[in-house]
Design a protein around this ligand. Structure first.
Ligand SMILES: C[S@@+](CC[C@H](N)C(=O)[O-])C[C@H]1O[C@@H](n2cnc3c(N)ncnc32)[C@H](O)[C@@H]1O
Length: 278
């Protein structure tokens, strides 16, 4: 394999690096320190506004030297995932090689290095965000935002691309993603409940609740219903618990509140639930 392919050496054009920094890193200023973890010839280093310190890393000494000559920045040689660093970046910006394992390694290291409130932003192949579980995993520790960017930013590239920012924030917002946390949560439910949620027809959550209460002997409190539906793999996503709390109070669920947080199937729907559970 050529070195270009092996190390994913497909540099970003300067105008695009400039536009990315301008659009996504408006907060750069006094006190910021930008790290480019796979800097190549240095387009992102050169895009950092004057007066803001920027340091590069590249695994390839030839690239590192090119970046030094192109930008005048300090550039270290090594694998970003393991290289020893004597500074603490506030921002990590770049275009890592398109390899999921490597991307995850970069994100892991970025999380270790950044302070609370710090930001990482990377050009990534859209397939990094293809599955719900992968994105839900990122969203457990980062606030995430993504924007689609054109693949022909890189001549000859056939992969859809995104620019994604990962922020170390208390609130784990997901911007530019829909149904990821929900899909990840639903996939963790036991098969009987997933089947109900997949089957076409109205009031899916009402049907889920009726089956759960039926299985719990016709009466149960909310915690028991959560445990029944959750199965052996509890999820940290509040999505379906919210659905249950909302829907159990509606007539469609066919349940009556018999005590605080405790519900029983009303007789008329008991039969319906038996049919459903059969
Ligand atoms: C896609 S190029 C992008 C270069 C630069 N970020 C840009 O946008 O122009 C990827 C760069 O990552 C470097 N690289 C590959 N694996 C690396 C690693 N584990 N740690 C640091 N740099 C790496 C390659 O040598 C290459 O220069």
């Amino acid at each position: 394999m050529s070195r270009t392919k092996e190390l994913g050496q497909y540099p970003t054009h300067q105008w695009a690096a400039d536009a990315i920094v301008e659009s996504f890193f408006r907060d750069l200023g006094v006190g910021s320190l930008v790290l480019e973890p796979s800097c190549g010839p240095g387009a992102f280093l050169a895009a950092v506004p004057a007066g803001v310190e920027a340091i590069g890393v590249d695994i390839d000494p030839v690239m590192a030297e090119r970046a030094r000559l192109n930008t005048g920045c300090r550039v270290l040689v090594g694998d970003f995932r393991t290289i020893e660093l004597d500074f603490e970046p506030t921002h990590i910006i770049g275009n890592p090689p398109f390899n999921l394992k490597l991307i995850d390694g970069f994100l892991e290291r970025a999380y270790e290095l950044l302070p609370q409130g710090g930001h990482a932003g990377f050009i990534l192949p859209a397939y990094a965000f293809q599955t719900a579980a992968r994105v839900a995993g990122y969203a457990d520790r980062w606030a995430l935002s993504q924007s689609m960017i054109p693949r022909n930013l890189f001549p000859g590239l056939s992969l859809p691309l995104v620019f994604a920012t990962f922020s170390k924030e208390q609130r784990r917002t997901l911007i530019g993603f829909a149904l990821y946390r929900e899909t990840a949560a639903v996939q963790k439910l036991p098969a009987a409940y997933r089947e109900i949620l997949a089957a076409v027809g109205g009031s899916v959550w009402a049907r889920v609740i009726r089956l759960a209460v039926e299985r719990l002997g016709g009466e149960a409190d909310l915690q028991e219903i959560y445990r029944e539906i959750e199965g052996r793999r509890p999820t940290s996503t509040p999505f379906w618990r919210e659905q249950i709390r909302k829907v159990i109070r509606t007539p469609a669920a066919g349940c009556a509140q018999v005590a605080r947080g405790r519900y029983a199937l009303v007789p008329a729907t008991n039969d319906a639930a038996r049919v459903l559970a059969a």
